[in-house]
Design a protein around this ligand. Sequence first.
Ligand code: NAI
Ligand code: AKG
Length: 540
Amino acid sequence: MKIVLAEKVSPATLAVFQQEPGWQIVTPDQIKNGLAAELSDADALVVRSAVQADAKLLESAPKLRVIGRAGVGVDNIDTDAATHRGIVVMNTPGANAVAVAELTLGLMISLARAIPRANSTMHAGKWDKKSLQGQELRGKTLGIVGLGRIGLEVARRAASFGMNIIGYDPFVAPVIARENNVTLVPIDDIFKASDYLTLHVGLTTQTEGLINSTSIKIMKKGIRIINCARGELIVEQALADAIKSGHVGGAALDVFHQEPLKESPFYNLDNVILSPHIAGATDEAQEAIGIQLAMQVRDYLKLGVVQNAVNLPSLSHEEYKEIAPYIEMADRLGQFLAHATPGNLENIQISYTGRIAAGKTDLIRNAAIAGIFSSADGGSTANRINAAAIAAERGIRIQEDKKEFTPGGAGSVLKIVLHSSDGDASASATVLHGNSPRLLSYDGIDIEAPLHGTLVAIRNHDVPGVVGRIGTILGEQSVNIANFALGRAHSNHSQRVPHGQALAVVQIDVPKASSATAAVDALRRVEAIASVRLIELGKL
Ligand SMILES: NC(=O)C1=CN([C@@H]2O[C@H](COP(=O)(O)OP(=O)(O)OC[C@H]3O[C@@H](n4cnc5c(N)ncnc54)[C@H](O)[C@@H]3O)[C@@H](O)[C@H]2O)C=CC1
Ligand SMILES: O=C(O)CCC(=O)C(=O)O
């Protein structure tokens, strides 16, 4: 495995990767010919906030499977492009929340007491006590936009200063706000009532430019604004103008539109405190982030465990262990069905029954779709990260239904139905003995066959002698049979499977599926055999 660390990470982060025998770790100082060149054969990329992992950079990384963001905000990563390329994007939510909250409180106190100015005047040999009378935080109203991990840490600390806390976050439960002494209010009330306003939302199309000349106009005169989230949340010139006019009493900014900051409307404004994107940069946070991220990336590369992914639902190690055999089974079932539809694929219906229906099924769904898209020559780029997105791009609808409880306790069963313009194909499967994927039905005929290795699926008329002919032909072609499963349509089956139809799924021992082509051709010439499909089940 090749891991490219594009930005400085803690030594503990390096240590996690270095413990893996044979892994090549590239540190920022070893990147000599540019990041794009380094990524040409990389499996993982680790970034902080400076590197822009955009679509163009990702084009130069054909093998890349995971991007680890050492931190929270992923606005420097084109997650759509990553998803499209089947790359998992992971971050480390919460690991720097206390660090950011502490700096936020530090900046609020610094604004209230003009600590930076007190310090610089003292160093300049001045005793400027008169101009340095401040205000207390006690009794003031703090408005928090974004009550996630950081926003709530800020709220808890601000409560101990005796502040009244109001918050705006459309996605937080009122009970969470209440438990943290936050009164939820509409965003305009935050602007109107806050003495201090602090931003703790990610950069999205909804939050970009949240603080602009219009929102500033309705703010309480003298409001102080703290931004330790993302520079783009504020229209910088509008804020600078409002500070100059005295409508806004001050600002403390850790983040900016352009980083590193080279030119700024805030330079030389007395009541603006600037810091170089350091809110999350504490020894403790960087250590925690680095170790957490390195373990997540390692576990994904080694075991396929997806944790804290922003483009896929995360699973705990236990959850992953439980569904891993079903992910593999879904992929094999999809492969089994690949090319089985008579016309152009329009719709894929995936039904989960039993225990799997109770858990997270996105990985199972994507594996099934990737299996369906897989072709004999391995030309499909769909994988368990991007398969649903690729289906959407191709205009193929995915329908899912779940039934947790089944009469008869059939265990966990996955059923896939491919709907096409000219007809349907369907199959269902389960996992036996912990990790053995088994086919349970194909096109309405019950059967029990291993979903493993090379299979020959034969539809035939249920007449005497066919099974014997199949065995003889395979024997004549020196193809050894590993497993022979038979099923037949019953009169109570759907009308699509006429009574008198049978199915054989034969697992054969061949080094490559192509070694059995002659045998398959011979089988096709048997009159009672309606169709033969040779299926080589690979791993996703
Ligand atoms: N300056 C620095 O060094 C750091 C900056 N950050 C920034 O802080 C942001 C917040 O981090 P966390 O609290 O860890 O993230 P989080 O995901 O735990 O919290 C974000 C909160 O924002 C809320 N939200 C989403 N859209 C909203 C909207 N339109 N209006 C109001 N609330 C909205 C969400 O419901 C969520 O509760 C990150 O996205 C990142 O950009 C994070 C860490 C370090
Ligand atoms: O890596 C850093 O120092 C920046 C952290 C940050 O902005 C984040 O976690 O979103």
